[in-house]
Ligand binder design. Structure first.
Ligand code: AMP
Length: 399
């Protein structure tokens, strides 16, 4: 177990140096167009303020690649954060070593500051960094907090290396929730445990499938990646997306599922189209008999029913990836039906965790985040966590 801010003693008057993930999208007027990530860090910021700490936030925005680029400034994000917090946020324009320290002198107990984009420094992402930058940053705080689960798979200065020299180094409340929810689903699930793995490619989900197969009772494979499995089994997949170099992987996963008594579930019927834009002919066919010129784009009605039945009988559900090309409303019914089944199961007491990029946007589109036990804020980080990998940003925190 990693220590969290709740395990700290008296922090009144101390400077909390906090890595957060507020890499939010900005519109053409530089306004924050989706503030989910900002809202997610509020409990940590408020907690530290209430305990009387001076809160100094570090974050990145986009990929300025070690250069000062005004279009990647966090200033608009600081303004939005102030609105959400309903209190002023000191935006520190100067870089560390060039005046930031001075700007921070006036920061009082319970106040919040945000440093300029941490990726304006080359040393942030440098692999061969000699820790000089970490030492410079460490001067700004009396203890370190990592609440940036979404960046925890990166071995960068502010996400991991700093934690080795600025002590105590603890998790924030969001990080703690991510680790608890994803961790207990994977390590201590109530059975039956069902994983729904979807998305475009098998190759990006091999690690996920291999780690999950040792843990789950049911493994539902949907979306574009399922056609590689169908083809490996001798099915006719028409023009559906398929990775021919992964056919053996698919066979090996099916074999392992059999050995482990895991119920590997593929589609029975699928919605196919002859025009991915949605303006062509769409029809439902048997998954093993997709006509040439057509590609599978969504789970069919029989499949939706079969998937839903399994999901509703489950006590733990982990979803990673959509079961269709849901961005197009014409191909969204399957993903919507699966998510609705997850919501019903959750209402009946199941633990449900939505992990990773596209399933999170689908979950928000077709349900409310509150309808699930946990919707992960980390795309790449939750993928690596589900693969069973050690995240450097978590590993570096105090036990
Ligand atoms: P991933 O990033 O690997 O989780 O893949 C997510 C993407 O897979 C989403 O953008 C979906 O639209 C896409 N996807 C899901 N099913 C299909 C399919 N049958 N054909 C093409 N793309 C799909």
């Amino acid at each position: 177990m990693k220590k969290s801010i709740k395990d700290l003693g008296d922090i009144k008057g101390k400077r909390a140096l906090v890595r957060v993930d507020i890499n939010v999208p900005l519109d053409e007027n530089n306004n924050v167009s989706d503030d989910t990530r900002i809202r997610a860090i509020i409990p940590t910021v408020n907690y530290l303020c209430e305990k009387g700490a001076k809160v100094i936030l570090m974050a990145h925005l986009g990929r300025p690649k070690g250069e000062v680029k005004p279009e990647f400034s966090l200033e608009p994000v600081a303004k939005h954060l102030a609105k959400v917090l309903n209190k002023s946020v000191l935006f520190v324009k100067s870089l560390v070593g060039q005046g930031a320290e001075k700007e921070l002198i006036g920061l009082n107990e319970g106040q919040v500051a945000l440093l300029e984009n941490i990726r304006f420094y080359k040393a942030e992402e440098a692999k061969d960094d000699d820790m000089t930058f970490a030492q410079e940053l460490a001067q700004l705080g009396d203890f370190y907090v990592n609440d940036a689960f979404g960046a925890a798979h990166r071995n960068h200065t502010s996400t991991a290396k700093l934690a080795k020299i600025l002590k105590p180094a603890v998790s924030g409340l969001l990080m703690e929730k991510e680790l608890r929810c994803l961790g207990s689903a994977l390590d201590n699930p109530e059975h039956p445990f069902t994983a729904i793995v979807g998305g475009a490619k098998v190759s990006t989900k091999i690690g996920v499938l291999e780690n999950l197969i040792d843990k789950v009772d049911n493994l539902i494979i949907g979306g574009g990646m399922a056609y590689t499995f169908v083809k490996a089994n001798g099915g006719k997949i028409g023009n559906s997306i398929c990775e021919d170099d992964q056919l053996e992987t698919a066979k090996a996963i099916e074999k392992k599922a059999k050995e482990k008594n895991v119920n590997l579930v593929l589609a029975q019927d699928v919605l196919v189209t002859n025009d991915f834009s949605g303006n062509g002919e769409n029809k439902v066919v048997d998954v093993n008999n997709i006509p040439d010129g057509f590609e599978g784009v969504d789970a069919g009605p029989k499949t939706q029913e079969a998937f839903s039945e399994i999901i509703e009988k489950s006590k733990t559900i982990l979803m990673n990836g959509p079961v269709g090309a849901f961005e197009n409303p014409a191909f969204a019914n399957g993903t919507k039906a699966v998510l609705e089944a997850v919501v019903r199961a959750t209402k009946k007491g199941a633990v449900s965790v939505i992990g990773g990029g596209d399933s999170v946007s689908a979950a928000k589109k077709f349900a409310n985040a509150e309808d699930f036990t946990h919707v992960s804020t980390g795309g790449g980080a939750s993928l690596e966590f589900i693969e069973g990998k050690i995240l450097p940003g978590v590993d570096a925190l105090d036990d």
